[in-house]
Design a protein around this ligand. Structure first.
Ligand code: ADP
Length: 563
């Protein structure tokens, strides 16, 4: 019995070393240079002796926001300890699509301005500033830019600006609760900070070795072609790049270390109490500040149900795209020290999730321009270029609350036999397990899907004619990809699942956490999905990673400078 326990411990240590080597690029089991105090003493395998450490900055959570904060704090001269409750870094960031919105004149100059996008843009000239609240002055600046573009710009090349990104974020986020009593919008200073710094965040990551693709598209629910992708699978590039960077800069990473509460002295956050998976108590003191980066609460069904004020139903068993670690810990810990919570009732459902697993993986499609959604009857039912909540609301009304994404060989991203999709799924396996249906003709595809004879064929013929005319009289789709005409054809079944919790700790544009009277809580910073106030009632697709990296970087710097 004893022997067995020792063996399993040794195996666990070996596994952890392997995981750390993979995720942080470390060759040994310890993650980086000790940060201060008695940091660096072996903790793994502890039988319960308390661990006490001190660093300038303590970061809680090892997803994109936390790793950005750790890297940035270390860049700014701070000693850093990052704790992560799971046995592996990554959180929701690693399993996200990894796409990133930023206004990027260099890469966007290859994107064409289409007729429906131009119509969408010029419609803003008729919008009233008084309908845009704090964003009224932003609209005024944007109108000037649009007029300038119409007068002298090359109208074949896409228009974009920081102000347009801000207005899209505002419009995409402005929502009213189910009972009509709460209207929510993004906070101007946070939205401006996000949209102004997003390109800088891309360049910052580039500086640490992340390679970006040149092509720009629109991820589902992004509203405009400004979505970037990088060369690494889904969200893994952010985790690998930033964990390597943080460790190289001297940050210590402690896995399997769950924060339980913040330590407050004289009204200042000065540390964190945590527990290792084996029960070892850990006390971490921060000379300068604590950055909360624990992600959202999408995997906490009770918390979702408690706060939801937007969806008619939020059943406890609703599937989620989230990592099981997204349980809202940082929101609870923050609230316990007086932090204000904002936007907690608004939760994003991802319309295009795998019906059985609720995950984003397991399908075939490309950008929002190219996606065609049809219901079980073979009929389109929505503008596929709309916001995610609009798509989910429409999709939940269809038979069995599900639909199919229809692609041809081109819009499916040119899949090859034996090849993999962007999530690393083997495409042949997806077809075998009917996660994806494949057919040489649309007639055969609709037969496999059990749709009424001729329905899908007629719908795709009609949709292709809308592409010819660049106008969708049925649902007003705002941007189109290529026609669906190159066999084979594919159908991916999809349904809605819990994706992103927009609410959380209120922060200012320095990522300082605010209390209920709007005052900064000294020593307390937050970034990423644990925060609220940016995405309001509905986050734009592609704005999450831009947010977590941008505000993670800001939080790390603010904490390092005790700003
Ligand atoms: P973000 O996108 O905001 O970075 P992620 O979900 O990617 O959010 O990352 C959050 C990370 O925080 C996850 O890896 C999760 O396991 C970790 N985490 C959540 N709660 C705690 C906690 N109490 N202590 C330490 N780490 C935590």
């Amino acid at each position: 019995m004893k022997m067995k326990r020792i063996n399993s411990k040794v195996i666990l240590c070996l596994m952890l070393s392997a995981i750390m080597a993979l995720t942080t690029g470390c060759s040994g089991g310890a993650a980086g240079t000790p940060a201060g105090g008695d940091a660096g003493k072996a903790a793994a395998g502890s039988t319960g002796a308390a661990i006490n450490k001190t660093a300038d900055v303590i970061v809680v959570g090892g997803g994109g926001a936390g790793l950005a904060a750790a890297t940035s704090a270390a860049e700014n001269g701070a000693s850093v300890i990052l704790i992560e409750k799971a046995a592996i870094l990554g959180g929701n960031t690693a399993r996200s699509g990894g796409v990133f919105n930023a206004v990027d004149p260099e890469r966007q100059k290859n994107v064409k301005m289409t007729k429906p996008l131009l119509e969408d843009l010029t419609a803003l000239l008729d919008a009233k500033e008084s309908d845009f609240g704090d964003f009224g002055p932003t609209l005024t600046v944007l109108k000037g830019q649009i007029r300038e573009y119409l007068k002298s710009g090359d109208k074949n090349v896409l228009f974009d600006s920081v102000e347009l990104h801000m207005i899209h974020t505002y419009l995409g986020g402005k929502r009213v609760s189910l009972d009509g009593k709460t209207t929510i919008t993004g906070k101007l200073d946070l939205v401006r900070t996000l949209c102004t710094n997003a390109l800088g965040s891309i360049q910052w990551l580039e500086g640490y070795g992340l390679k970006w693709n040149d092509n720009i598209s629109t991820v589902l629910g992004a509203l405009w072609p400004r979505t970037h992708s990088n060369t690494m699978p889904v969200g893994s590039g952010y985790i690998k790049t930033l964990s390597d960077a943080a460790v190289k800069l001297g940050a210590e990473i402690m896995l399997e270390t769950k924060a339980n509460e913040l330590i407050v002295e004289n009204g200042k956050v000065v540390g964190v109490k945590a527990t290792k998976t084996d029960g070892t108590p850990v006390t971490l003191r921060a000379n300068k500040g604590v950055v909360m980066a624990t992600g959202g609460f999408g995997a906490n069904p009770e918390m979702r149900a408690k706060y939801n004020i937007y969806w008619e139903k939020m059943p406890l068993d609703m599937p989620t795209t989230n990592s099981p670690t997204a349980t809202g810990d940082g929101i609870i810990m923050g609230e316990a020290v007086g932090a204000n919570l904002v936007g907690m009732g608004f939760i994003q459902l991802m319309p295009s999730s795998q019906p059985v697993t609720g995950l984003l993986s397991g399908g075939l499609w490309s950008s929002a321009e190219s996606q065609v959604f049809v219901n079980k009857e073979g009929k389109r039912f929505v503008n596929e270029y709309a916001e995610r909540d609009v798509l989910s609301k429409a999709a939940l009304k269809q038979t069995d609350s599900m639909f199919y994404i229809i692609c041809d060989q081109v819009t499916a991203g040119n899949p090859q036999p034996g090849g993999k999709n962007g999530w690393g799924d083997n495409i042949d396996d997806l077809i075998k397990t009917k996660s994806v249906y494949k057919a040489d003709t649309l007639e055969d595809l609709e037969k496999q899907l059990g749709m009424p004879s001729g329905a899908l064929v007629a719908e795709i013929r009609k949709y292709n004619s809308y592409i010819d005319n660049q106008k969708d009289p049925d649902f007003g789709k705002k941007n189109f990809g290529p026609k669906l005409e190159k066999p084979p054809f594919y159908a991916t079944p999809r349904t809605s699942s819990v994706h992103h919790t927009m609410g959380g700790l209120e922060i200012d544009s320095y990522a300082r956490v605010l209390d209920k009277s709007g005052k900064v809580i000294p020593g307390f910073y937050a970034a990423g999905e644990v925060t609220g106030g940016i995405h309001a009632g509905n986050r734009l697709g592609g704005n999450a990673v831009a947010d977590i990296i941008t505000f993670g970087r800001i939080a790390g710097k603010s904490a390092a400078k005790a700003q």
